[in-house]
Design a protein around this ligand. Structure first.
Ligand code: PLP
Length: 398
């Protein structure tokens, strides 16, 4: 067996199963899960019908680079959303959701023979794929905390130069999972300057970019680069996905965009890996990227839901409306996130994810400890019911 596989950490939901083992929640309360961040709003009808009309595409092998129509649709969306003109032939590549892409991109970038100790810098807490991607590529993750004191901004300035010097890849997650924080332009400027100095690549995970609560849409990585005069997007690749934007997590569709040189290497890797997107999915993806009305409606639905649920939870929890994303990242009374999640499950049949499962201890501190992540993906009524139960749980039992 590849020995690196043994370095992988259990996924947060495995740890949750262990934490909940043997619990018997009250049967009169229906189970409500705020645990998994899976979109649950309805898939738009036009995406379903486009998909069902695309059966003829099954008769041929799709190209790894995708159809020109799909690359054009992705580039067109980037133009409308961020005001960026990308070359659809060299600066855009379809991927089967951002998860596999965030993983496989590391396999393309990391040179494990370059010493000393190839390093991948990740936010902490973080989306667990970053860590697995680093480990299987033969690199070591280096975790940078994002704490409430800094409005959940990742503290890039805390990373010593000696670490930057061996860094080959940096994951940025903006809007962040689980914090919902959006990285501002000056932090991008800092990272670009560090990237120029040390030669690392930036993978910008932007899969929550279309669900936001402020007037201004979240700044994208390529948008930041363009504003700072970096027209070639050197050493920068952005990862975008339809899963959350269009409520199609099962479609597995996204794209990457940015540095043409890196996308060329990445396309080579993907060709051998065999990760071409099905022609049917490509057809439905073109329709999805070309429509914005359903995205606006989806965002409105999240906004209405968060506006109702957040104040109920604020009566008992230290929690803010995030910049973006579909999570609430709350501090729990008493500070023991695992006990809180376990007792809430046992007494009220509501599932939340302990923050410590989403972060790694670094210099003696787990920056997820004392917090829980609540995914408000179910319909408003169900999320509200969960919020009322959490309020009751804290008022009566905690
Ligand atoms: C931060 C982050 N990045 C990427 C993904 C992957 O999404 P997908 O593969 O559906 O595009 C997720 C999914 O939950 C996520 O939370």
């Amino acid at each position: 067996m590849n020995p690196l596989l043994s370095h992988l950490q259990p996924y947060p939901f495995e740890r949750l199963r262990q934490l909940f083992a043997g619990l018997t929640p009250p049967v009169q309360l229906s189970p409500i899960s705020l645990g998994i961040g899976e979109p649950r709003h309805a898939t738009p009808e036009f995406i379903r019908s486009t998909l069902s009309e695309a059966f003829p595409a099954l008769a041929s092998y799709p190209a790894t680079a995708g159809t020109p129509a799909l690359r054009q649709a992705c580039a067109g969306w980037m133009q409308r959303r961020y005001g960026i003109a990308l070359n659809p032939d060299t600066q855009v590549l379809p991927v089967n959701g951002s998860r596999e892409a965030l993983f496989s991109f590391a396999q393309t970038v990391i040179d494990p023979t370059r010493s000393p100790e190839p390093t991948v810098v990740c936010p902490n807490p973080f989306y667990q794929i970053y860590e697995g991607a680093a480990l299987l590529a033969g690199a070591k993750p280096y975790f940078v905390p994002s704490l409430a004191e800094r409005n959940f901004g990742v503290d890039w300035r805390s990373v010593p130069d000696s670490v930057w010097a061996r860094t080959q890849l940096v994951y940025v997650c903006s809007p962040g999972n689980p914090t919902g924080a959006v990285m501002p332009l000056d932090e991008w400027a800092l990272l670009f300057e560090l990237s120029d100095r040390h030669g690392f690549v930036i993978a910008s995970d932007e899969c929550y970019s279309e669900i936001y609560f402020r007037d201004e849409p979240p700044l994208g990585g390529l948008e930041a680069a363009q504003r700072l005069g970096r027209q070639d997007f050197r050493n920068l690749v952005a990862f975008t996905s339809l899963s959350k934007r269009s409520n199609v997590p099962g479609m597995r569709s996204g794209f990457v965009a940015g540095d043409a040189q890196w996308l060329k290497h990445y396309l080579l890797y993907r060709t051998y890996h065999g990760s071409a997107m099905s022609g049917m999915i490509q057809a439905a993806s073109v329709a999805a990227w070309n429509d914005e009305a359903h995205v606006q409606a989806n965002r409105d639905q999240y906004r209405a839901k968060f506006a109702q649920v957040t104040p109920v939870l604020q009566e008992v929890l230290d929690v803010q409306l995030p910049d973006a994303g579909f999570y609430l990242w709350a501090a729990v009374p008493g500070g023991d996130d695992q006990a809180f999640a376990r007792d809430l499950q046992a007494q009220y049949n509501v599932t939340v994810l302990p923050g410590s499962f989403l972060a790694r201890e670094f210099q003696g501190v787990n920056p997820g400890r004392g917090r829980i992540r609540m995914a408000l993906v179910a319909e408003t009524a169900e999320c509200l019911e969960a919020a009322h139960r959490i309020r009751q749980f804290i008022q009566h039992h905690h």
